[in-house]
Write a protein that binds this ligand. Structure first.
Ligand code: DLL
Length: 433
């Protein structure tokens, strides 16, 4: 079994990797300055010339780029190549404001697919595997990215896209899929459906590559148990290419960032100050090799921690923690910061199913927090006393995690809509903006 897809890069000594980053950063900044009016304008405003950026230590001199810049410059304002050299667009699934559209040259796609191939090999994939890709295909990057990576590794690729769960299970069992790629919420649903259909024994899955939305360690356990596989996290965002910006290895302790293509920084989201590795803050990325749509110091809004301690897998690239939430989807309820992932942890630790919904509202000027959660089928009870006791236990557990009271409602199995892509966990009915 192969251990790395590109061993010379993935295990490159840190010193050499730093030199590569320095060289690529200086080149990327000059390229962007020479080819894009928006970036040139921002640098000129601050009196920064491309020659001022020689090494990664100079990065903090450069201005941040934010999602609003991408929206304001829609559709072509951040491009650095003529359209004639671009071969593809992908777009975010954004629900508010204008969509963000990212452009790719063929080289951009090749490098992106390499990154996804690294993730598949890290999950134990090789040419003998059957890789079922149930991320959405189309404008969403999940399907096209993992599909390309799977081809590069030489897996037999099942380009299923999302949805049609019965057909997914049929192909999964008939063609003996060994690797599953989809969102964690869909993986949980596939697991639940496989158990119901009595197919658990027929599954040959060994690894799952799950990302595109926040999921907890408890959710990982749940999926691993249901599908009998090892679940690997994968992270990415459309603006930077798509999945494969970082990925987990067999250690399952954080995702290695593809540092030959992206430099990661953590900043204080309020002040913009760069924080040392190990501290929690907002993740910021600078691309190093992109041609059509490079990004300089792009604020992801994802909150996480970087870890530069060596990893036993032999990869030298630093790791990022699972995003703990987004600085823009953190809920502020009665003045307290609440991340949906904290609620998920409590629910799963207390034996609940991963099917839940968080509803926030404002009644008589006071925020309310309600959590609807399905009881797992084997814990269903007809006794009102049992249900009330369980709800009470969850209310207590949530209070001690969050510091505020949530109303918990145990609801019937299957009453919460299942997701085939990114799950909608939070419904905020407050009209705050
Ligand atoms: O979700 C790309 C992707 C596809 C990643 C398939 C992994 C697998 P966007 O739709 O642009 O791109 O959304 C990007 O999703 O800023 C995070 O907030 C969130 N996200 C992505 N991966 C993870 C993850 C794709 N592993 C946004 N854990 C990012 C938590 C994630 N959140």
């Amino acid at each position: 079994m192969k251990r790395y897809y590109q061993p010379e890069i993935e295990t490159m000594p840190r010193e050499q990797l730093k030199a590569l980053q320095d060289e690529r950063l200086a080149k990327q900044v000059k390229y962007v300055y020479d080819n894009n009016e928006f970036y040139r304008g921002k640098m000129d405003e601050l009196g920064i010339k491309p020659e001022d950026i020689k090494t990664t230590e100079d990065l903090a001199k450069l201005p941040f780029t934010v999602k609003d810049d991408l929206r304001d410059q829609y559709p072509y304002g951040l491009m650095c190549k003529p359209l004639s050299e671009c071969v593809r667009i992908q777009s975010t699934s954004g629900t508010t404001g204008r969509r963000v559209v990212a452009f790719y040259t063929q080289k951009d796609i090749d490098l992106w697919e390499d990154c996804c191939a690294r993730a598949i090999v890290a999950a134990g994939g090789d040419e003998n595997d059957v890789c079922q890709v149930c991320y959405g295909y189309g404008l969403f990057t999940g399907g096209p990215g993992l599909n390309g990576g799977s081809h590069r590794v030489g897996c037999l690729t099942l380009p299923m896209s999302s949805g049609n769960t019965q057909r997914q299970l049929q192909f999964m069992t008939d063609l003996e899929a060994t690797i599953l790629c989809c969102t964690p919420s869909y993986a949980a649903y596939l697991g639940e459906s496989a158990i119901e259909a009595g197919l658990q024994d027929k599954l040959k899955l060994k690894a799952g590559i799950f990302g595109a939305e926040a999921w907890t360690e408890e959710m990982r356990q749940d999926i691993q148990n249901k599908l009998g596989l090892k679940a690997y996290d994968i992270y990415g965002l459309t603006e930077l290419s798509g999945p494969g910006v970082s990925f987990e290895c067999e250690e399952q302790k954080g995702m290695h960032i593809n540092e030959d293509h992206f430099i990661a920084e953590i900043i204080n989201p309020i002040t913009g100050e760069v924080l040392p590795h190990g501290e929690k803050g907002e993740l910021v990325f600078t691309s190093l090799t992109k041609e059509a749509f490079p990004l300089i110091r792009y604020r992801t809004r994802d909150i996480c921690v970087l870890n530069d301690t060596p990893c036993s897998c032999g990869r030298t690239h630093i790791r990022m923690s699972k995003p703990m939430g987004r600085s823009d989807d953190m809920l502020i309820i009665r003045g307290v910061n609440v991340f949906p992932s904290q609620i998920e942890t409590v629910l799963l630790n207390n034996g609940m199913s991963p099917n839940y919904q968080i509803i926030v509202d404002r009644v008589d000027n006071t925020d309310t927090l309600d959590v609807n959660v399905e009881m797992p089928a084997d814990a269903m009870s007809d006794s009102v006393a049992d249900i009330t006791a369980k709800e009470k236990q969850l209310i207590e557990a949530l209070k001690s995690m969050l510091g505020i009271k949530a109303n918990v409602h145990l609801v019937d199995a299957k009453s919460i809509t299942r997701s085939e892509g990114k799950a909608v966990r939070v419904i905020d009915k407050r009209k705050l903006y």
